[in-house]
Design a protein around this ligand. Structure first.
Ligand SMILES: Cc1cc2nc3c(=O)[nH]c(=O)nc-3n(C[C@H](O)[C@H](O)[C@H](O)COP(=O)(O)OP(=O)(O)OC[C@H]3O[C@@H](n4cnc5c(N)ncnc54)[C@H](O)[C@@H]3O)c2cc1C
Length: 406
């Protein structure tokens, strides 16, 4: 939609092809229905992929500043929530409606419920090289084609991976698409016990890397924030931020785990001081569960004691220093061994996609002149926080304005 707006504004004759019954379905689901359309602070490090620096010239040509300028022009009033940009209306549908209104104002032809089976590079009647598109509604001819088919994430919104097939038919390599910004599954029989708990934790992701006969644990990412414990593992923003690395490592069959710090603001000594004070206060009346109560969520207290092999009902004063140290250490370094991740229908985005090594800086294919790519179909994935939509807007603008040039 954004590429169509930009290309039409730059003077091209544009036809927008959509295989579902309506355009922009995924947009409606973004930001919990509020659409976090960009972020006021974007660094190249906010993006991943085999070659994440690919984003730099694209974002330089068209940043969040220029994006918001276009959205303001078409009528969007927005708000800044700690750097994250949302429509002031709090409705993702506002962003979609405004784009649809702009497409209507520009008289862009929109064809829905159309399946494109083939895009064939051909010499057109004009004598120029272009493309013949074989579709369920007959053949179409175009000087230039922008493939902006999204990914495999959330296929119910229409991005069902068919774009990758079209890209492959046109000679492009596709880095294995895998879910990202997704929940992680883990080993252990305590998940049902703590399901539903939310807790502010620090998470460190480790992956076991093999070189020759040696294995080394490598810390690949660290995140702080509200972790949501589920009946199969972990979720929440900090988990989403780590997930792309964890998913790729699990897919590569590497041992992958998260070390969870339940009390990032307290050192082990401070936790032990807390236990000593509590033991004095509780005297002979309190049990082990009460020793931990006040530190973290009650269900987590129960899980921690169980993991340490200590009964909840044991007298708090009976615990030896060694046992107190064991509890404190687990509170700081709880190891969660990952064994899976949710599928594409739960993942907000995909990592992987069309290899950026086969694309010029202006998003034109190196393999096929006149073919462009934009958005999530490319092997670029952003962190949670408006970065993925910004990549979609920026890449769409750069591809569209270049495609319109003679
Ligand atoms: C639940 C959820 C919440 C999200 N929240 C945010 C957020 O708040 N902020 C953020 O930055 N990002 C968010 N994202 C990610 C963001 O929505 C995507 O990165 C972005 O929409 C990608 O844009 P795109 O145009 O590349 O692909 P899409 O938005 O997926 O659009 C591709 C379109 O192409 C159509 N299509 C696919 N294949 C074909 C074909 N073969 N022929 C014709 N049409 C085809 C699809 O039906 C679809 O309409 C969220 C994603 C999800 C699922």
């Amino acid at each position: 939609m954004f590429a169509a707006v930009c290309a039409k504004r730059a003077g091209a004759d544009v036809v927008l092809l959509e295989h579902t019954e309506r355009i922009g379905k995924k947009l409606l689901a973004t930001g919990n229905g509020k659409c976090n359309l960009t972020n006021l602070s974007i660094q190249p490090g906010d993006y991943r992929g085999n070659h994440p620096s690919f984003v730099v010239p694209v974002l330089e040509k068209f940043s969040q500043k220029e994006t918001l300028q276009i959205f303001e022009e078409i009528g969007l009033v927005w708000k800044d929530v700690n750097g994250l940009v949302y429509p002031f209306s709090n409705q993702a549908s506002t962003v979609l409606d405004l784009l649809r209104m702009e497409l209507r104002r520009l008289c862009v032809t929109i064809k829905t419920e159309i399946t494109v089976s083939d895009i064939i590079p051909s010499k057109l009647e004009s004598g120029k090289t272009g493309f013949v598109l074989k579709t369920s509604q007959g053949e179409l001819r175009a000087d230039k084609v922008i493939l902006a088919c999204g990914s495999k994430a959330s296929p119910q919104t229409g991005s069902d991976g068919s774009g990758y097939k079209l890209a492959k038919k046109l000679g492009h390599s596709v880095i294995e698409p895998l879910p990202a910004l997704v929940q992680l599954k883990a080993e252990g029989n305590y998940w049902k016990m703590i399901a539903g708990v939310r807790s502010d934790c620090n998470l460190r992701l480790y992956i076991e890397e093999r070189t020759g006969n040696k294995t080394a644990k490598v810390k690949v990412a660290e995140e702080y924030g509200e972790v949501q414990f589920t009946d199969y593992g972990i979720s929440g923003i900090p988990v989403f931020q780590l997930s792309r690395f964890a998913v790729r490592a699990l897919w590569e069959k590497k041992k992958t785990y998260v070390v969870c710090d339940f009390l990032p603001n307290l050192q082990i000594d401070e936790i032990l001081d807390y236990f000593h004070r509590k033991q004095k206060n509780l005297k002979d009346f309190g049990n082990c569960e009460e020793l931990l109560l006040g530190l973290i969520n009650k269900k987590l207290c129960q899980m921690v004691l169980k993991e340490c092999g200590i009964s909840l009902n044991e007298k708090a004063t009976d615990l030896a220093e060694k046992q107190l140290k064991k509890i404190a250490s687990l509170l700081k370094n709880w190891q969660i061994v990952l064994n899976g991740y949710n599928s594409f229908d739960k993942g907000q985005i995909c990592q992987g996609g069309v290899d950026t090594e086969e694309l010029h800086e202006n998003l034109e294919s190196i393999i096929q002149k006149g073919l462009y790519f934009a958005g999530e179909i490319i092997d670029i994935d952003g962190k949670c926080g408006g970065y993925n939509l910004q990549w979609a807007w920026s890449s769409a603008y750069v591809a569209a304005t270049d495609a319109v040039k003679e």
